[in-house]
Structure formats: structure tokens, C-alpha cells
Design a protein around this ligand. Structure first.
Ligand code: AMP
Ligand code: ZN
Length: 116
């Protein structure tokens, strides 16, 4: 599995950095965002170092299915099923600050549109 020693989310996935984990599966992990933007703000990441959604290929079909299932499981577990937002930023122009694919699961307050 691809691992980048300089990547903060690889370090969390390896257990080398602390995180408040809410879901722990073979190929993915979900943990609380350190700087929450809503009452529920959880990040769902693959354990493998994939830089962003743009880097996903046909070969990631099973991982993608599992990520979607995990997002829905996190929403249920956090009590926001039926009313939450999923965001993933791709590249600096979109505000991606950690170059390891992560899906923000946000909920627990009214969400505005369009996002900034
Ligand atoms: P993005 O700007 O889309 O790349 O999102 C990165 C997110 O990761 C931000 O919401 C940060 O608050 C969050 N974050 C950065 N480092 C950590 C960490 N060590 N543990 C939990 N969340 C983090
Ligand atoms: Zn990584």
C-alpha cells in the first residue's frame, strides 16, 4: 500500500499521529476534523496514499464503494443521516490543504449554497 512519510493523513492511518477515530476499516478510516466547520465534521480517508479524487481510477472501484458506504455510516452514527454535505477539495485552487484524498462529512447546522 502506498505510504508517504511526510503526509499527515498517512501518519494518522498508520497510527503514528493521534486522531479521534470514529470508523476504522481495513481500507479506510474516519476521524474528527481538528478544526470543525459544523457540529458534525468528520473526514473519511483511504488508508492508501491517494493525492485526491482526481487520482482515482477504475482500479479503485471497490475502495470507492467502501468510501461511499463509510460516509453514510458516519452520517448515521453522527445523527445527521438525511441532512448532511459531502465535500472533497481537489488542488490548491479548490482549497485542498492536505494532499491525501479526504471526504468531508459536514452536518448538524443549515448549509448555505453556493459554498465560498
Ligand atoms: P482540505 O482543506 O480540504 O485539504 O481539508 C483539510 C482538513 O483537514 C481541514 O478541515 C483541517 O482542519 C483538517 N486537518 C488537518 N490536519 C488534521 C489532523 N491532524 N487531524 C484532523 N484533521 C486535520
Ligand atoms: Zn497520505
Amino acid at each position: 500500500m502506498t505510504y508517504d512519510a511526510n503526509c499527515p493523513f498517512c501518519r494518522i492511518a498508520k497510527g503514528e499521529s493521534p486522531a479521534e477515530v470514529v470508523l476504522d476499516r481495513e481500507d479506510l478510516l474516519a476521524f474528527q476534523d481538528v478544526n470543525p466547520q459544523a457540529p458534525t465534521h468528520v473526514l473519511v480517508i483511504p488508508r492508501e496514499h491517494i493525492p485526491s479524487l482526481e487520482a482515482l481510477t477504475e482500479q479503485h472501484g471497490e475502495l470507492l464503494r467502501n468510501l461511499v458506504r463509510a460516509i453514510n455510516d458516519v452520517a448515521s452514527q453522527q445523527g445527521v443521516a438525511g441532512g448532511f454535505r459531502v465535500v472533497t477539495n481537489i488542488g490548491p485552487a479548490a482549497g485542498q490543504s492536505v494532499r491525501h484524498l479526504h471526504l468531508h462529512v459536514l452536518g448538524g447546522r443549515p448549509m448555505r449554497w453556493p459554498p465560498g
